[in-house]
Design a protein around this ligand. Structure first.
Ligand code: MLT
Length: 313
């Protein structure tokens, strides 16, 4: 029987690729190059992606033999899961792979924001010595507002509690019974109005796209910071640009953008924006877990069915 064909359209750790190669033909392709992706998919059994490949209905149309899409990471917003389900194509991800990496990056961005670390470093490198311009906030005693209390939100809460912050959470899918000690569940408006740091940890879906728009930003304190390591498009970037120019909130740290890469986004030119290129899962630890988890699931799906038992006549 010929080996199953697996299209790999993003980079996976070497161990994970080697595990695939043991029983499959592996085809590497740049997922952003649509004609190359479509050509590779024409007789593929499986496709493995990260966030850089759009697996929409058009891509699925080009893949008549496809049995499974593996997302080496968490977010499935780049995969048309509805069309895949209609066509009987399994979709799997690696939901636990990058929780800690994203939570740790979030804490880093919060500290960098409230202490102006990136701006101060740029200033020093430019030969300046402007200590008075970079006075910041202590986190202790201040309030963190966590929007979305799933895997990452909970890990961020634990870490910020260790900084002696008060923790508010908004999550329509969480009830007080599972919230944990020292954490208060609240409405989004109250969270926005009373937090010193607002950090987003929810998937991008039709109901969360644009969740933080002009009205929500106007509720934030003028001294507060917004951090987004979840998904671009949850925050309305045009509204954020206006809000930051007007000085409310005080600043934003963005790991994710509505369009990636964001190109010459005017947001990145603002002195009170700290932008980085979608690095939440950017650790070997998270990549290894994501690669191994998704490859295991894909190989399970591709494994030949056991031969039916035969009974002696
Ligand atoms: C994820 O959803 O897993 C992260 O955003 C990381 C990524 O897309 O590579």
């Amino acid at each position: 029987m010929p080996s199953p064909i697996v299209v790999l359209s993003d980079v996976l750790p070497g161990d994970a690729v080697a595990a695939l190669k043991a029983s499959c033909e592996v085809r590497h392709v740049d997922g952003r190059d649509r004609p190359a992706l479509f050509a590779a998919l024409s007789d593929a059994d499986a496709l493995i992606v990260r966030s850089g490949t759009r697996v929409d209905a058009e891509a699925l149309d080009r893949a008549p033999r496809l049995r499974i899409v593996g997302r080496a990471g968490v977010g499935l917003d780049n995969v048309d899961t509805v069309t895949a389900a209609e066509r009987g194509i399994a979709v799997v991800n690696a939901p636990d792979s990058n929780t800690v990496s994203v939570a740790e990056l979030t804490v880093g961005l919060i500290l960098a924001s409230v202490r102006h670390i990136a701006a101060a470093a740029r200033s020093l490198a430019a030969g300046e010595w402007r200590r008075a311009d970079f006075t910041g906030l202590e986190l202790a005693g201040r309030t963190a507002g966590i929007v979305g209390y799933g895997r990452v939100g909970r890990q961020v809460a634990r870490r910020l509690a260790a900084f002696d912050m008060r923790i508010l959470v908004h999550d329509p899918y969480t009830d007080t019974g599972t919230i944990g000690d020292g954490v208060r569940l609240t409405g989004l408006d109250e969270l926005l109005a009373t937090s010193d740091v607002v950090t987003l940890h929810l998937p991008k879906t039709p109901s969360t796209a644009g969740l933080v728009g002009a009205r929500e930003l106007s509720l934030m304190r003028s001294t507060a910071y917004l951090v987004n390591t979840a998904r671009g498009g949850i925050v309305d970037e045009t509204a954020l640009l206006e809000a930051l120019r007007a000085g409310r909130p005080a600043g934003a740290a963005l790991d994710v953008f509505a369009t990636e890469p964001p190109g010459a986004s005017p947001l990145l030119a603002l002195p009170n924006v700290l932008g980085i290129p979608h690095l939440g899962a950017g650790t070997p630890d998270a990549q290894l877990r994501a690669g191994q988890d998704v490859v295991r699931k894909v190989l399970e799906e591709l494994a030949p069915l056991p031969a039916p038992a035969t009974t002696a006549a």
